[in-house]
Design a protein around this ligand. Sequence first.
Ligand SMILES: [Zn+2]
Ligand SMILES: [Zn+2]
Length: 147
Amino acid sequence: MSFSGGCQCGAVRYEIASARLVGYACHCRECQKQSASAFGTSVPVRKEDFVITGETQIWSRQSDSGGVTDCHFCPKCGSRVFHSAREGRDWITVKGGSLDDPCAIELLAHIWVKRRMGWVTLPDDVQQWDTQPESREEWHDLLEWDV
Ligand SMILES: [Zn+2]
Ligand SMILES: [Zn+2]
């Protein structure tokens, strides 16, 4: 099964080979700035399952864990498409709103809830984190990954 998406103007397109798309919403200030909205949605995808066409440019920032996050965007329309950690992770995070069908995302958690805008109401049946998972194990639990 696969899912498709791309930037706002269509110059950048991608395909994700996966049976399901799981994701989380992040309410941190970086995601609010990045999305220019209330929160960001991130969909972790294994690199080997992700095929992209079209040129992206990179803007980089320090991540909370002390590494560097490369933020890939379309140079024509400016849409942020995906993020990758500079040092050796085998997965990237696709920005959820860039999917052709963003409703396909199974949203499993809200993180950085302590930065949530007061008018955003969260459902009770989804995990909520004041900040974010610390360990790889916690991330994998959150994402229902068995790696
Ligand atoms: Zn574009
Ligand atoms: Zn965030």
